[in-house]
Design a protein around this ligand. Structure first.
Ligand code: PLP
Length: 418
């Protein structure tokens, strides 16, 4: 049997061979495959194609930047105009006052950067035992070694041995602030560096925070000198109807991790926004001020930075963050209506991202496969949940059509079962 050269991400290869969906072009909220099928991108690829696909001016900005300076690194004394401009822009819109920006190549990279920085900070201020990172059950923080180690989705940690790839990780219940308090009690605040959470949990099944949860978590962090890290890789840049979900949910993070929506996927870029408390020692004059020894070849890449700047300009110019808030309301109405279906146990919305949790009568994998046959892409998430998170350029009618397609699949499954 011939097998493909490309080893797909997160795939059970025997199951995908012969069933691959080869996307050849995309425009707006629609994809075209090599078989000529036209599919509505109901997940905005992996939650990030927020301004929509195939924007001419994005191609133009990349072209222009490549002609001027395709790349130069930002290690040590080197910098470039686009990396500077993007950092200044991000600082101006960040929900952290007087933040600094570290640029990387994606979300997993930036998780590594954030968690290493948390440990580096405590080490520098002499609290060398503060190393443990606390994350939530169900959480997804990418798949580099640190992200894998703190993963709240057990299957992402399986198969690497019983010890964590990176030592010093603890998990607590998704909505359980008391469990965090108990962890602090058990380990001692002196051993905990940081708590990290997605403001709205994405891959774990679309779980918005429960009333009062983050308030209590932040109180515990403050009282115990634990850094609070918001993983805004999905929620950043408008997905929850505000530029950052930290504003919507009144979070005051010491570090924000971002990626995806910063370029709407046009460039491989992620980063961390760092609060003054953490960055300050590293910027102080003095021969013995510490160095944060981190960075990658493409940190501050001028082409991805130029794409991010243009993406942010488009979001602002077209009012797409406000539009995302409107679309959340449309989606919420549609999901409320589908809740009465016998095969739906609950629905959740936290921004223009929604989850439809199904009963054991039907699997999310089956539903998403069937929806593709109708021309709509959704995605199965943990907890038998179907992901809905289209681009912000989606029309109200397209939201109704998308949820309508899921309903038709469920109706057909029910008719077959009875
Ligand atoms: N954090 C969250 C919340 C994510 O959803 C993801 C990716 O889906 C990541 C981190 C990792 O980002 P990347 O895939 O760009 O490495």
């Amino acid at each position: 049997m011939t097998t493909p050269a490309l080893w797909s991400a997160q795939a059970h290869m025997p199951s995908v061979i012969g069933r691959q969906i080869n996307v050849v072009s995309a425009e707006g909220a629609y994809l075209t495959t090599d078989t000529g099928a036209r599919l509505f991108d109901g997940t905005a690829s992996l939650w990030y194609a927020n301004i929509g696909h195939g924007r001419e001016e994005m191609a133009q900005v990349a072209y222009e930047q490549m002609k001027t300076l395709e790349v130069y690194h930002v290690f040590g004394r080197y910098t470039n105009n686009r990396a500077i401009e993007l950092s200044e822009k991000l600082v101006s819109i960040a929900p952290i006052d007087d933040a600094k920006v570290i640029l990387n190549s994606g979300g997993s990279d930036s998780i590594d950067a954030a968690l290493k920085l948390a440990r580096r900070y405590w080490n520098h201020v002499g609290r060398t035992d503060k190393k443990v990172i606390v994350s939530r059950e169900g959480s997804y923080h990418g798949l580099h070694a640190y992200g894998t180690s703190i993963a709240g989705l057990d299957f992402n940690r399986e198969g690497y041995g019983t010890d964590s790839l990176v030592a010093g990780t603890e998990r607590v219940g998704m909505h359980d602030a008391a469990a965090f308090a108990a962890t602090i009690e058990r380990l001692g605040a002196e051993s905990i560096a940081a708590y990290i959470a997605e403001p709205v949990m994405g891959t774990g099944g679309v779980h918005p925070p429960q009333e009062g949860y983050f308030e209590e978590i932040q109180r515990l962090c403050r009282e115990n000198d634990i850094l609070f890290i918001a993983d805004e890789v999905i929620t950043g840049f408008g997905r929850t109807g505000e530029m950052f979900a930290s504003s919507r949910y009144k979070l005051q993070p010491d570090i924000i991790v971002f990626a995806k929506g910063v370029t709407s996927g046009y460039g491989a870029l992620g980063g961390t926004l760092v609060a003054p408390r953490v960055w300050h020692p590293f910027f102080e004059q003095g021969a013995d001020s510490p160095i944060y020894r981190h960075g990658t070849t493409y940190s501050g890449h001028p082409v991805t930075a130029a794409l991010a700047l243009k993406n942010l300009e488009i979001l602002e110019r077209e009012g797409l963050v406000a539009r995302s808030a409107e679309l959340e309301r449309v989606l919420a109405r549609e999901l409320k209506a589908i809740e009465s279906h016998d095969f739906v146990t609950s629905t959740r919305v936290g921004g223009f991202l929604g989850g439809i949790e199904l009963s054991s009568d039907v699997s999310a994998e089956f539903v998403t496969d069937q929806a593709i046959e109708q021309g709509f892409i959704t995605r199965p998430l943990r907890g038998n949940t179907v992901q809905i998170s289209p681009p912000f350029i989606t029309t109200d009618q397209e939201v109704r059509d998308l949820v309508g397609a899921v309903r038709r699949v469920l109706d057909a499954a029910k008719a077959k079962a009875s």
